[in-house]
Design a protein around this ligand. Structure first.
Ligand code: HEM
Length: 684
């Protein structure tokens, strides 16, 4: 057993290791709420609308979907016949994997009826959630009066608010403590669920904060933006990473994500300055080059007529990028499968396994030595650690030899990595801590970006209209040249596509915290040592906040409006978290995914491959597909580039694939300079 010290860790080892089990059990528990769920219909290429249903009259939810989060399955007919009970999560696709709508779904009358019912249901639901109907039982004289006032519309609401302030009460008689609503259920066995889906169902029923209880232990599930803001920003000091830190300790040690308290403060202060503007601008070039390598790979597949599994390719793309960006290491995983790449994936899968395994076998000392999987994970981790130590040593020597003066926007052109910045800054830190931080950033910046690209391309495969608009923007702004930092401001629609993809598929879908002291969440007092899940999934799909919450609609974000973030969306939108522990790589990641999307969409058309397995969700650290994202990639017939005064054209044979005209493609700014040519990257 690992030794745990300090008040946060006390008595928690055993339980923390049960987290995965608890998550797993939670799914199981919810599954039994509907004792005999209907078996899933076979995947249908003719329809992909997955609908979730629940009985509006019963506090007990029914989860027919729990046996499948397929984006391509038809609802069980027994539920279809009850349209008033219908709740459609359109996010789970409105067309089939090959883009063909299902029979009957095209019928305008059916669609209209569905739309009206859906709107009615949502309005009722929103009103019930807003009135606190799902959240708590009110009592006391003022509650009765307030309840009457709330029915009088806006003037009544105003009076209700006034009354609350005057009485200073929350509607409960004196001495009676508010209790956080409890989700109920019984244990059962439903494995392999994306656990945030049942949490959404419970949110709809129990409201923005509720308690999930399992025997002696419980979790608070938060889906209310005001409470999320309180935990993440306003009173962030009262919360730690709790269980997350315990699970990730073996791989991230005391790296920035799991670290808490003073250790976190010191490391954050050291690392954030490394991602300065000049560094991010240099990274755009790196994103372009890596995406170009992926284009070449896809070009070969398109020519050969081979389908490709995009999720693993995106994973390799982002691994190549983050290795170079963080510690100047060329994984080159898009080209080779070498030992270190395999080691990274072994460790990542081990981390994910630990967060979904019912029994913490890795805690049993002897098991570590005899289990082949454990031994493989230990060996892989050693290989990565040795490689990192080696890179740190090489970088130290480089820094000692260079004559660059360190300043705010310091960057070594040959090695612009974060590691180089940290060492040059004189960061006084042990090699172990540095390694932990590098490893943390490797993982944080790899899986997340890969997942964003995966789900973006999945969403795009169902929305040809969005793809057409994207291509139009990329054609007019980029053509075939590599993107620059200036282009990031201009690729507005592409950015909105990423913003919207992050809304529908937040990575990670849940943020984890533990209270370090007693606090009040909303109107509920809580004790210290509460484990809390902030469901970003629920916040991002809350029907009260979002119009047509489950639709992929980049247009919901105006092109001339600000870039959506947690501040301007008042914590209803948290793609990169919020408060002091907000992602340090938000700009990096946004640009990375914008560049990759723009370059790929410019050159290829992507469709779900014929006969591809249904796209279902599963959770590790981020949302994965269960069976990959198999796509057919074809060369796009590109429009000719119309030259204008501001743009030097590097290539004009627009409808040829990239690698057939390599001489016209600029690899990097420095190469262009060497060749003495004008770099478009530097054009005003
Ligand atoms: C699209 C890609 C990404 C997404 C969606 C994402 C999302 C997030 C979120 C939601 C958090 C907050 C976690 C919490 O509050 O518990 C976070 C933290 C963090 N992210 Fe990212 N991230 C992405 C890319 C990156 C990249 C590229 C890097 C590194 C270059 C990075 C480094 C970090 C670090 C170090 C933290 C911890 C910050 C702290 O605790 O102070 N992330 N990320």
């Amino acid at each position: 057993m690992r030794e745990k010290k300090g008040r946060e860790g006390e008595g928690r080892v055993a339980f923390s290791n049960l987290l995965p089990f608890i998550i797993f059990s939670a799914s199981s528990l919810f599954g039994l709420l509907n004792p005999k769920p209907p078996p899933p219909s076979p995947p249908s290429m003719a329809s992909s609308t997955t609908n979730l249903y629940f009985s509006s009259s019963s506090p007990f939810l029914q989860f027919p979907h729990l046996h499948s989060q397929s984006h391509h399955q038809r609802p069980n007919p027994s539920f279809v016949s009850l349209p008033s009970r219908r709740r459609s999560l359109r996010c789970f696709s409105s067309s089939s994997s090959n883009g063909t709508p299902g029979r009957g779904e095209d019928d305008p009358t059916v669609k209209e009826v569905e739309r009206i019912l859906e709107e009615k249901r949502r309005a009722q639901l929103a009103a019930r959630i807003a009135s606190g109907d799902f959240t708590a039982q009110r009592s006391g004289w003022s509650s009765v009066v307030k309840s009457g006032l709330s029915k009088l519309g806006p003037p009544g609401k105003l009076l209700e608010e006034l009354l609350s302030r005057l009485t200073g009460d929350d509607g409960l008689p004196e001495g009676e403590q508010l209790e956080i609503p409890r989700a109920k259920g019984s244990l059962g066995a439903v494995g392999g669920q994306a656990f945030f889906l049942p949490l959404y169902e419970l949110f709809v029923t129990y409201g923005g904060i509720f308690r999930l209880t399992f025997g002696p232990k419980s979790f608070l599930i938060v889906s209310d933006p005001t409470i999320a803001k309180h935990i993440l920003r306003d009173n962030s000091k009262a919360y730690s990473k709790g269980i997350l830190a315990e699970i990730l300790e073996f791989v991230m040690g005391k790296g920035l994500i799991p670290a808490d308290g003073e250790m976190w403060r010191v490391r954050r202060r050291a690392i954030v300055p490394a991602l300065h503007q000049k560094y991010v601008a240099a990274m755009i070039n790196l994103f372009g080059e890596a995406s170009y390598r992926l284009c070449k790979k896809l070009d070969a597949a398109a020519s050969d007529g081979e389908d490709v599994e995009m999720e693993s390719l995106f994973s390799r793309l982002t691994l190549d990028i983050i290795g170079k960006a963080v510690f100047n290491y060329e994984f080159d995983s898009l080209t080779y499968d070498n030992g270190i790449v395999e080691a990274v994936y072994t460790v990542l899968r081990e981390a994910e396994m630990r967060s979904t395994s019912p029994i913490p076998t890795w805690e049993i000392p002897i098991w570590k030595d005899i289990s082949p999987r454990q031994r493989k994970a230990t060996e892989a981790l050693k290989l990565i650690n040795d490689t990192l130590d080696n890179l740190i040593a090489i970088c130290k020597r480089m820094v000692e030899q260079e004559e660059l003066q360190f300043h705010e926007e310091y960057m070594n052109e040959q090695d612009p990595s974060i590691l180089h910045f940290l060492l040059a800054s004189g960061d006084d830190v042990s090699s172990k801590q540095l390694r932990d931080d590098l490893m943390t950033m490797l993982i944080a910046g790899h899986e997340t970006s890969a997942a964003v690209l995966t789900w973006t391309f999945y969403l795009l495969s169902k929305e040809p209209g969005v793809v057409a608009k994207l291509q139009e923007e990329v054609d007019s702004i980029l053509g075939d040249r590599f993107p620059t930092i200036e282009d990031m401001k201009k690729l507005k629609y592409t950015t909105r596509v990423i913003n919207e993809s992050l809304r529908l598929y937040p990575q990670p879908p849940v943020l984890i915290r533990r209270s370090l002291e007693d606090d009040v969440l909303g109107k509920y007092p809580i004790k210290r040592d509460e484990d809390i899940f902030i469901s970003v999934w629920n916040l991002h799909r809350c029907p009260k906040h979002w119009v047509d919450a489950d639709s992929f609609n980049p247009e919901r974000w105006p092109l001339d409006g600000p870039n959506p973030n947690e501040t301007n969306q008042n914590f209803s939108y948290l793609p990169f978290g919020g408060g002091p522990r907000k992602c340090v790589g938000d700009m990096f990641a946004t640009f990375e995914t914008v560049v990759a999307t723009a370059m790929l969409i410019r050159r290829f058309n992507f469709q779900m491959a014929l006969g591809a397995p249904p796209v279902e969700m599963t959770t590790g650290a981020t949302i994965h597909t269960t069976k990959g994202l198999k796509m057919t990639v074809t060369h796009r017939t590109m429009p000719p580039i119309i030259p204008n005064l501001e743009m030097k054209i590097l290539r004009v044979d627009g409808d040829q694939p990239l690698d057939s005209t390599p001489s016209t493609v600029r690899r990097s700014i420095s190469e262009e300079d060497q060749e003495g040519e004008v770099s478009t990257a530097r054009m005003p």
